[in-house]
Design a protein around this ligand. Sequence first.
Ligand code: MG
Length: 380
Amino acid sequence: MKRREFLKTAALAGAAATVPVITGCSSNGPRTYNVNRLGTARMHLSFDPYEIQLRHTFTVSSFSRTTTPDVQVRIDFDGYTGHGEASMPPYLGHTVESVCAFLAKVDLEQFSDPFQMEDILAYVDSLSEGDAPAKAAIDIALHDLVGQMIGQPWFRLYGLDAAKAPSTSFTIGIDTPEVVREKTLEALGKYNVLKIKVGMDSDKEMIETIRSVTDVPLVVDANQGWKDKYLALDMISWLHERGVQMAEQPMPKEMLDDIAWVTERSPMPIFADESIQRLADVKRIKGAFSGINIKLMKCTGMSEAWRMISYARAEGMKVMMGCMTETSCAVTAAAHLSPAVDFADLDGNLLIANDLFDGVTVQSGKLILPNRPGLGLAQK
Ligand code: MG
């Protein structure tokens, strides 16, 4: 049996026995791809719907939910497998059906060189106007695949120092004071920054409840909840006096003039989330916000996220990496970019009950990136 066939067989046997398999690695460690083989194999895309179960009912200013629809994606190429994921929180308008319909249109069999990521992702992007989560799933799987073929983790390919990965905030959802107190106490010691969902009448009660048990740094996300600029600025000032370090999307996404007024007077940085999705949006909102929240499911994946970081820096803006409720696949992909950003809000995998992968972990609040090729995922 040739070595490659043995590796394939060994990987299949491992999967069948549900032994954790680090994709792209043999028992002798990472193997790098022999580029002389390019041209002989084709990329193959496959995908399966997956319903993410949340650990707790999740409430923000506009809705509550207990599950998130998701589609898991694989790209297979010459014995390597890259994993990707599309997560679809309902407010963005994507569904399992829309994601699968998009993925069914994608013909990766035409490509025999996964390293040509720019061409492949430009082709995928050209297939429709929207469909950001489906495009992100392919982008993430392609990055995982190529990183494995190179034999290096993505933080290293970006030239980033994994030790500089920031702490992630951990989100405390809107709830009764008793539940908020309980969730806060659970989070203390595990996380260095707590993110509080605000934008409802109960905001001050939420913050005072948390402050009654801890002085840990806080960040807040109003999710467009404040409709009046004077109210937004009053709340931001009040929050800042209570140790809040930044606020996300204080007002409705289209109210850019009012948001710019608030940002100009705010004692802390104001980040755009709902107001931006992709690179071109950053130019549009420049001046209205101090920074941007990049999420792979909004921006079509790691490739565009990296460009957004560069552009935001060139414009003197701050950057945070966020996520949806998603498995460790997409969260780990975002985490590989995190040493390049100011804030990380990468707790989506920690909020779900049925994760499929081991990847990025959190130790004493800080993101620990897997030092394994590609995304560095291990199937659970
Ligand atoms: Mg947000």
